[in-house]
Design a protein around this ligand. Sequence first.
Ligand SMILES: Cc1cc2nc3c(=O)[nH]c(=O)nc-3n(C[C@H](O)[C@H](O)[C@H](O)COP(=O)(O)O)c2cc1C
Length: 268
Amino acid sequence: MKLIELNQEQCTKCGICTEVCPVGILDVGMNGVEAAFPDACIACGHCVAVCPTAAIDNQKTPLVNQAKLEEFPVLDEKTAQQFLRSRRSIRRYKNIPVPREKLLQLVEIARFAPTGSNRQGVSYIVVEDTKILQKATEATIQWMEEQSKTLSHWSFDYHIRSYREKGKDPIFRGAPHLVLGTTQNNFPRGRENTIFSLTYLELFATALGLGSCWAGLFEMCAFSNYDPLLKLFNIPEGKVLTGAVMVGYPQYSYNRLVDRNPLDVTWL
Ligand SMILES: Cc1cc2nc3c(=O)[nH]c(=O)nc-3n(C[C@H](O)[C@H](O)[C@H](O)COP(=O)(O)O)c2cc1C
């Protein structure tokens, strides 16, 4: 099958698909739209999605798999702003598990985030077993204790004491779940792709009544290849951990939107 299948009767030769193609491989010729370098197609789906007459199909991103956009209302400005601003890092969770179907809904949205050259490539490990998280907290604290012998980090001593002396969990904050992003080792832009994907996940969590928080302390330990931590997650051979977000039902709701540093922008 050719990369591009064209319905000649429906194609008006408007050329919009050629304009939006990120790799510029489409041309309007005598026979309508053709792909000059089909191997260079990054399967972004734009040519199919933008066509006003549904005349173009792409083997790598079939028309049948694209949802019609008119079914989705565009958010008005205020709703969109509040939606984005009301996501909070949640550090207090209800002591109840999130059903797997809901966790699945959550990771399902993550794969729609933008990725470098549309390579995607992020896989997820969802931790449902809280015992694994308890062991991961202990391992991260042990790693912090080892680190503290040779270098000082502004928060390590505080977190170690809060765990050892007060029995608190400063790593996962008592969240019942952890979502890990993984990619093949040396996958181009693996970390960035994971950050965008997990950010989509974090934003969507709110709509599912869930809370989340980036697990940065855990990541520091994991990214240092601390084996007692990594071995808890059975990361497949050839893959590496690229990001982590904790998830659960928030214990509290927020009543106000927080402010940030004043906008710093330069116009040229
Ligand atoms: C890369 C990254 C790592 C983070 N690591 C942690 C962490 O280890 N523990 C934690 O409680 N919060 C962590 N956070 C959450 C930030 O502290 C939080 O985003 C910031 O305070 C702003 O609050 P907000 O997310 O509620 O707007 C992290 C956030 C990011 C983006």
